[in-house]
Design a protein around this ligand. Structure first.
Ligand code: S3P
Length: 437
């Protein structure tokens, strides 16, 4: 895909449904009694992988143009799949479903694409094993394919043991895997994480009838507890716009001269909205309009206008709230005056690509003075960026962040393997074209 510098951006954008919330709505709907109706679901490849896995386990899911209907069969209603469950490129599918599968009376094998099968799974295997799950990495390298065995006969109610797990990383995928296994445990299951990671599982599972509590401690660590559960009940879910997808258009509106964009119905849950704090610290002109709550999640329309940005430091507790937006933030920092330092973000190394490496490689190709560090990067901003050839390495967030860089840089930017945007934002390039003056 070729991107040319543009004069200005104008218009209204409705970003697709939140990826994290879309995944969870299918999973919890499948485990609930009755029908779950989902609107504004993200029809991206990752969420379609989740649908595929649950269909394979006997759940009827109607994917209609205006809504999705999940005909849940209750906590003990999944059936043994006849094939390996294909998790595609999706870490969220893999890690969350592993918690659910650990509590089933049938064995399963999970496998995905090359990127997925090289991402670390020990972080969920260890706590699930402590709960009594029999989960192993097929090649013994701590990665998928994962084999989840069951020692129970079909029909027996599985029982895992409730534990209190202290996670080293603030990861919603780790936390959610443990909490979902906790639905099948014989006592209270607790997870303590260094800071509260995105809390969509807690909000939505409570809505489905589970009992989850959250305690934030003085040192900002958080303990989340789930009680064993008899049944979940189908819900109506309206998925808010994904702030991680909105991030590209927020950045575009700020960076491209003479721009004004209204991005509608964006999820602004505080455990996700760190990018808005960072934009504010960098001097961005963003107005929140029409703030409300949708299916327990706060949303707003964001009015974004071209701004002169300056560098900032991003570190500590804010990192989990903006982890997926760091490639985009790094691009904004390259255009901003002064230096931006990003620290405490070693988790970037285990995303769809090593995003410290792929972000630095891309920005260097466009002329930015950027230094990778062990847990982030240092960006010396303010130098004009020129077009370049950017390898996305099939990472959707790298492809989109550099497409926006290309809009504000001189000359032509080529994004290689740009079709990977289908993972989270299939209409991304069409929307980008529509708003250019
Ligand atoms: C996600 C959690 C985050 C995030 C990912 C989606 C989720 O991963 O990067 O894109 O839906 O729970 P970690 O839990 O590994 O931080």
């Amino acid at each position: 895909m070729e991107i040319k510098a543009t004069k200005g951006l104008r218009g209204e954008i409705c970003v697709p449904g939140d990826k994290s919330i879309s995944h969870r709505s299918i999973m919890f709907g499948a485990l609930a009694k009755g029908t779950t109706e989902i609107t504004h679901f993200l029809q991206g490849a990752d969420c379609l992988s989740t649908i595929g896995c649950f269909r394979e386990m006997g759940i009827e899911i109607e994917n209609r143009p205006e809504k999705i209907l999940v005909h849940g069969k209750g906590l003990h209603g999944l059936s043994s799949p006849s094939t390996i469950l294909d998790v595609g490129n999706s870490g969220t599918t893999t890690r969350l479903i592993s918690g659910i599968l650990s509590g089933q009376p049938f064995p399963t094998i999970l496998s995905g694409d090359a990127s997925l099968n090289s991402r670390p799974m020990k972080r969920i295997m260890e706590p699930l094993q402590l709960m009594g799950a029999d989960i192993e990495s097929k090649s013994g390298n701590g990665c998928a394919p994962l084999i989840i065995n069951s020692h129970l006969k079909n029909g027996d109610k599985p029982s895992l043991t409730g534990i209190h797990y202290h996670s080293k990383v603030a990861s919603a995928q780790v936390k959610s895997a443990i909490l979902l296994a906790g639905l099948y445990a014989d006592g209270i299951t607790k997870v303590t994480e260094p800071v509260l990671s995105r809390n969509h599982t807690e909000l939505m599972l409570n809505g489905f009838g589970a009992q989850i509590t959250t305690k934030i401690h003085d040192d900002s660590s958080a303990t989340i507890a789930i009680a064993p559960c008899e049944e979940l009940f189908g819900q109506n879910i309206h998925v808010p716009g994904d702030i991680s997808s909105a991030a590209y258009f927020i950045a575009a509106g700020l960076l491209v001269p003479d721009s004004e964009l209204l991005i509608k119905n964006v999820g602004i849950n505080p455990t996700r909205a760190g990018i808005l704090e960072v934009c504010k610290a960098m001097g961005a002109d963003i107005t929140y309009l029409n703030e409300k709550t949708d299916s327990g999640e706060p949303t707003a329309d964001l009015l974004v206008k071209t701004s002169t940005l300056h560098g900032t430091t991003i570190e500590g507790a804010i990192i989990p709230t903006l982890i997926d937006e760091i490639p985009m933030i790094a691009v904004m920092a390259a255009f901003a005056e002064g230096t931006t330092v990003i620290k405490d973000a070693a988790e970037l190394k285990v995303k769809e690509t090593d995003r410290i490496q792929t972000t630095c490689e891309g920005l260097r190709a466009m002329g930015t003075d950027i230094i990778p560090t062990e847990d982030g990067m240092i960006i010396h901003g303010g130098k004009a960026l020129h077009g370049g050839i950017i390898n996305s390495y099939l990472d959707h967030r790298i492809a989109m962040a550099f497409a926006i860089a290309g809009l504000a840089a001189d000359g032509i930017t080529t994004i290689e393997n740009s079709q990977c945007v289908d993972v989270s934002y299939p209409d991304f390039f069409e929307t980008l074209k529509r708003i250019q003056l």
